[in-house]
Design a protein around this ligand. Structure first.
Ligand SMILES: NC(=O)C1=CN([C@@H]2O[C@H](COP(=O)(O)OP(=O)(O)OC[C@H]3O[C@@H](n4cnc5c(N)ncnc54)[C@H](O)[C@@H]3O)[C@@H](O)[C@H]2O)C=CC1
Ligand SMILES: O=C(O)C(=O)Cc1ccc(O)cc1
Length: 368
């Protein structure tokens, strides 16, 4: 049976889903729609979609599955449009938005017409946007949260999961409310805090020009997510406003408590603060992909001679191993290596280790 999948929003997530669905179900006909014609043409050119639809109504009419992979506030308007046009009776509509409460309640317009809507959120991504950055393995080992309402039939949830088998993600069913609290804690608040640390550094840099120069390395790493799309994060924050206001209140109280420890030079409390954080963090799963992707880094202790970096990238290229980033760190504290190579997955990092060991005797340390 030929399955037609219609994806609305052909960016990073829509494109990556299209590629991973196609990898497991090559007979699927993938149709794409985007308000941005350039993005849509690029999706066709890259082979991410088989067909492009000029209007939502055209792509939607024969679709068996419809994915809305647009910004969260656009998703609500798109659902409204879908509720007003003729669709196949058994169509399953889902979305990929980073928030679920507002979207799932707005989906009432679909439920009223007996159209199945299953809220979805593949919890992996990147600070990059656009179909050009799409890749079929983006969701491998990541959690894929589904938030079906009680009226959704089990068989429809199973069909959606089967279609998404190629993502190699781990599906979890939770309520939209739980979703928004959990993602608020582990994704939305960290993005806000990363932006706030960058703001603080930027303000300091106005009077201290060394700030920007010294902010390379570790500072860049922990604030990487502050380079994410400002539009996307504006929309997410506004959608998850209630949860975020509560979390920010807790964060402010937490910072007040730390400030108090310092004012009173409460050395034991400061030690405990770091110690308890370390214990909890050290126990977090390291193999699973979370909302904020891990860095699969390798530290290679290289001798200082001309051409050594191209030598190493040459070994990796010879074995067809992709890297996502390469840089030199100037400090030798803690990690014994100065060349940092980032890979997009744990398996690529393992291949990288084997490859560098095969062609050289440089010391390698695996990143945290
Ligand atoms: N970027 C990430 O890491 C993740 C994003 N998400 C969610 O997935 C959704 C898509 O995000 P990305 O793919 O990263 O964004 P993106 O910016 O790469 O792609 C979004 C696409 O939607 C299109 N679009 C905007 N309004 C539209 C409309 N009314 N109709 C049709 N197309 C429209 C844009 O032109 C763009 O091509 C968002 O809701 C986001 O919250 C979920 C997981 C991870
Ligand atoms: O790398 C990053 O910037 C991310 O944090 C990826 C991400 C962004 C939004 C999501 O809803 C889930 C994952």
């Amino acid at each position: 049976m030929e399955v037609r999948v219609f994806i609305i929003g052909m960016g990073l997530i829509g494109g990556s889903l299209a590629l991973s669905i196609k990898s497991a179900h090559p007979n699927t006909t993938m149709i794409g729609y985007d308000i941005n014609q350039d993005e849509l043409k690029m999706a066709k050119k890259l082979g991410v979609v088989d067909e492009i639809a000029e209007k939502i109504a055209i792509g939607a009419r024969n679709a068996d599955f419809i994915f809305i992979a647009a910004p969260v506030n656009e998703t609500e308007a798109i659902m409204m449009e879908l509720s007003e046009i003729p669709l196949k009776t058994n169509v399953i509509i889902t979305d990929t938005g980073s928030t679920k409460g507002k979207i799932v309640s707005s989906a009432a317009c679909l439920r009223e017409k007996n159209i199945t809507f299953i809220g979805g959120h593949p919890m992996a991504g990147s600070h990059k946007s656009g179909v050009f950055a799409a890749k079929s393995i983006l969701f491998e080992n990541a959690f894929y949260l589904l938030t079906p309402t009680e009226d959704v039939q089990e068989t429809h949830i199973e069909s959606l999961k089967r279609l998404l088998g190629g993502t190699k993600a781990k599906f979890l069913l939770i309520s939209a409310e739980e979703h928004d609290y959990l993602t608020g804690v582990i994704s939305h608040l960290p993005h806000l805090i990363a932006a706030s640390i960058v703001h603080q550094a930027e303000k300091s840099s106005r009077s201290q020009e060394l700030v920007s120069r010294l902010a390379a390395g570790g500072f860049r790493d922990i604030t990487r997510i502050a380079s994410s799309s400002p539009q996307m994060w504006r929309d997410i924050l506004l959608h998850n406003k209630t949860v975020m206001i509560d979390l920010l209140e807790e964060w402010k109280n937490e910072m007040d408590a730390v400030q108090n420890m310092l004012v009173h030079e409460n050395s034991q409390a400061i030690f405990d603060y770091f110690h308890i954080a370390k214990q909890f963090r050290d126990l977090l799963p390291s193999k699973e992909k979370g909302a904020i992707p891990a860095f699969y880094d390798l530290f290679v202790d290289i001798p200082d001679y001309p051409g050594v970096i191209s030598e190493i990238t040459g070994f990796l290229a010879k074995e067809n191993i992709s890297i996502t980033n390469i840089r030199i760190i100037e400090t030798r504290e803690e990690v014994y290596g100065i060349l940092v190579i980032s890979f997009q997955s744990e398996s690529d990092r393992q291949l990288g280790i084997e490859c560098i060991r095969k062609y050289s005797n440089f010391d390698i340390t695996v990143g945290p």
